[in-house]
Design a protein around this ligand. Sequence first.
Ligand code: TF8
Length: 335
Amino acid sequence: MRIKFAVAGLTAMLLAAGAVQAQDFKPRLVRFGYGLVEDSNQGRAVRMFAKEVEKASGGKMKVRTIGNASLGSDTQMQQALIGGAQEMMVGSTATLVGLSPEMAIWDTPFLFASTKEADAVLDGPVGEKVKASLEPKGMVGLVYWENGFRNLTNNKRPITKLEDLQDVKLRVMQNNVFLDSFKTLGANAVPLPFSELFTALETKAVDGQENPFNTVLSSKFYEVQKYLTVSNHVYSPWIVTVSKKWWDTLSPAEKKVLQDAAIKSREFERKDTREEAAKALAEIKTKGMQVNELPAAEAGRMRDKLGAVNAGIAKSVGQGTWDSVQAAVKQARAK
Ligand code: TF8
């Protein structure tokens, strides 16, 4: 009797599971674009995500990973997501500020002092709130990945003090906070999409740029840049986004597959990025770049000068968001 029941129960369960799967997963093609080269921390994490989605959907959801900005720069891909011509992308939060002013909070110079603080704040309630500001604009934010702490490279001179930035023609992301920050520090800041950066450095259209060690390596900036200054002037997140238009056509099970895979990819990406960053400086030196550390006192002088920029950020993100982020950083720092 008991066995009979158990068998009947099991059969019912298997039938139900089969039925759920058949209805809940349609064949889907996800075009997932990104800006860095395939052999980069960004590329590795996108491929990990793709595998995870295919596995979890029983092969129904296929993710086509497209790197090298082949689908366009960050801002071009954002427009494709909004219009529904592309399903997913990962890119800098900084390039989203034109659409969602709240994103500018992550561009606050010297906001985080460690990756521990960044994780706690980005993955906490205020990070979620800022991420949610994308939805009315036509994109769904899934998770933040680590781009990392940004450092300066250029061909003019080693940056040993604030004054050394004077007249350095520096490429910045297409974002007002970065533009204002570097103008305030005396550099000749020029906004350019990342996809045009290598050529701009190579042809000397600009003298320098700023990005994490990982990108200096993967994008081979060491071939066209002489000096690297460890400044850690700001932490940059990446954000994984989905076209809202497309997202709204997905079943709850399909959405869950993407959300779960995104969380797994976040763990993978941060670990991979940190391991690579830890080894990167030695490798950058081997490649021939001249490396110096920005003295703490000089970083302090830069931070003081940027006070005016902070007031502008608080204004554009709203005082409430500014205050919650400051409180969350303080809390994370105390832990
Ligand atoms: C930059 C960013 C880039 C990202 C990437 C293309 O300098 O740091 O690494 O936007 O997704 O533009």
